[in-house]
Design a protein around this ligand. Structure first.
Ligand SMILES: C[S@@+](CC[C@H](N)C(=O)[O-])C[C@H]1O[C@@H](n2cnc3c(N)ncnc32)[C@H](O)[C@@H]1O
Length: 204
């Protein structure tokens, strides 16, 4: 799918993401993952801002990126409602460039499933995050349960066409293949959802 079609697809889904912002299970995982968020923070593919309630406005300065104008608009409205000031960038994260070591924290939640080259983007995080900083990921992908995995593989082409997200990516493998150092991870729902606490590897 070309990028323009993908952007339109996400634009059309923005209201669904807005209605799902308070999903209780995701809420608890987001709260747990983002406890370590601190300092200058990059959140890629921010969507409608579902992570915003978990940022301590006294501890973080957020740069939020998304390529969907409708998602960004809803994220901005949500930030206004929460009375927090973020910097919003309408950009394709796969083409974006930031300074080396610019951020203390980099956050990606439910985002790598839609990227063309997730490992390349993870390697960008490795450069953009300062030594000792936090890279916090919550990503979904293929299950360790063979039956569920088989269903995910069969459904993937349709799921991608409908939602713009792949359901059959092995997220742990992708993160392990990248330059990041995984410190800790948690796996839920038959290993379809992963919470990953990582750090940059500046020797890579
Ligand atoms: C599944 S939603 C997740 C939104 C949010 N991170 C969350 O946790 O709810 C994926 C988001 O990634 C954005 N996205 C996908 N590919 C992107 C890219 N290459 N650059 C910027 N944003 C992208 C979409 O517009 C959408 O808002």
């Amino acid at each position: 799918m070309n990028k323009e079609d993908l952007i339109k697809k996400f634009d059309r889904q923005a209201s669904i993401y807005e209605n799902n912002r308070n999903n209780l299970v995701l809420w608890n995982w987001r709260a747990k993952l983002l406890q370590d968020a601190t300092g200058s923070l990059l959140e890629l593919a921010v969507g409608v801002g579902a992570n915003f309630p978990f940022y301590d406005r006294h501890r973080v300065r957020v740069t939020a990126v998304d390529f969907s104008p409708t998602m960004i608009k809803k994220a901005e409205e949500f930030a206004d409602r929460l009375n927090i000031r973020f910097e919003f960038l309408l950009a394709d994260i796969e083409q974006a460039s930031f300074q080396e070591n610019q951020f203390d924290t980099v956050v990606s939640t439910l985002s790598l499933c839609g990227l063309l080259n997730p490992v390349a983007v993870l390697n960008h995080f490795n450069r953009w995050c300062r030594d000792g900083g936090h890279i916090l990921l919550m990503e979904h992908g293929i299950s360790s349960n063979w039956l569920l995995a088989a269903a995910q593989k069969v459904l993937d082409p349709i799921a991608y066409r409908v939602s713009g997200c792949h359901y059959d990516r092995d997220m742990m493998k992708l993160v392990e293949k990248s330059d990041l150092l995984i410190e800790k991870s948690e796996h839920h729902w038959f290993d379809t959802v992963h919470l990953i606490w990582a750090r940059p590897d500046k020797t890579a």
